[in-house]
Ligand binder design. Sequence first.
Ligand code: 4AD
Ligand code: MG
Length: 463
Amino acid sequence: MDYRRTYLRDLLASEPGVEVSAYGWVKTRRDSKGIHFVQINDGSCFADLQVVVTEGAIPEAAMRQVTTGACVRFDGKLVASPAAGQAVELAADGLEVYGSADPATYPMQKKGASFEFLREIAHFRARGNTFGAVFRVRNAASDAVHRFFQDRGFLYIHTPIITASDAEGAGAMFAVSPNLTVEDGKYALKVSDPADDFFGKPAFLTVSGQLEAETLALAMTNVYTFGPTFRAENSNSTRHLAEFWMIEPEMAFCDIVGNMNLAEEFLKDVIGTLLDRCAADLEFFNKRIEPDLLATLGHVVESPFERMTYTEAIRLLEASGEPFEFPVFWGADLQSEHERWLTEKKVGRPVILTDYPKQIKAFYMKQNDDGKTVRAMDVLAPRIGEIIGGSQREERLDVLSARIREMGMDPDHYGWYLDLRRFGSAPHAGFGLGFERLLLYVTGMKNIRDVIPYHRAPGQADF
Ligand code: 4AD
Ligand code: MG
């Protein structure tokens, strides 16, 4: 058996008349007089292959094992299909059953199994229409991300997963060091001599590759990371994961305007590519998950994003007359109800908000001359809220070290990061796109746990 294989995707696009072998898992089986109809799928495309077995072509004893969930290979001839919606079907005269699936215990529920229920049954979930489509879109989106940056000369760099730095300064990190204690919010090692600890210092799973990416950008100009990141915030929401994938470009000689231009071009390019490459999967989402999905995505690719400052957004929200649950005032962090009102009701497409109050943003953002705001930029999308967070970075040594101290952070921990401003500093900027937030947006799926093969969230680390 070789890995080289004709995928069902290719069989379905073949001319009738050829002898083929079709591998896959049985979706459904229907028997009428003297004839069996079996739908199989191998995950390579949305459509199933219809296999037609006339009585006597395959021994009935073997056919009895062809039940939903079984893994099979059918051999036979591709013929023009009389049924609507498919050009060819397989007239089979050979069968191998690799693995049967006992109908008495197979988690059958043909329709209506909830996504929550499916999350608990890994083998079943991956074979369904919805999750097949999600994971194919996820694959195509990963590829589109790399193509976008590679075409523009960005270098793909790998930032560490284990780190000693809190990139966001928010303290929401998972500890890796076995000897770690936390007292009054400060991390320390339990060992009397740090040399007795594996890393010799408190180490964590990274929340972002940004700080390390900045070092590489200030040596190689345009770089990006695409890797897993981890957050120990106890957000039991439909938009947060404890383990998620982030794409982080970082650019030297770039300001917040260049950063916004890149973010907008990037989202449009990836969405446009997916509309082309995953047409059948997105049609399914449009039909079954989110009406108007295709129209909305087409509109996003075509029209410019709205750009406004945080201060303007607060004014609009205050004047909206909406009964928000969380109060709106200058200095408040925007809640998802506010982000949704702005993008869905006020503007009707993605919005880039800039120049947030410094007290609600991370220490590394470049400070504006007003002393109150920083050069932050968040891209907000209808249905999702924040999809991208980024900023121009503070490149001035004195301003950055003062800010680190002002925020009660330990400047010793950031010595290497401050060195970047000490030796050959440059204006630079970048952003982070939450990959699963993007997937929520393009698939219309409602829960972020349903756009990743294995989700990690509070209380959830199955498999
Ligand atoms: O806004 P955030 O926290 O920004 C950063 O981490 C910066 N260091 C990025 C940069 O400038 N290089 O996170 C960036 C994005 C968010 O906009 C959101 O899409 C996603 O990451 N994100 C999450 N996605 C899923 N689950 C979570 N818990 C997330 N937290 C952030
Ligand atoms: Mg953010």
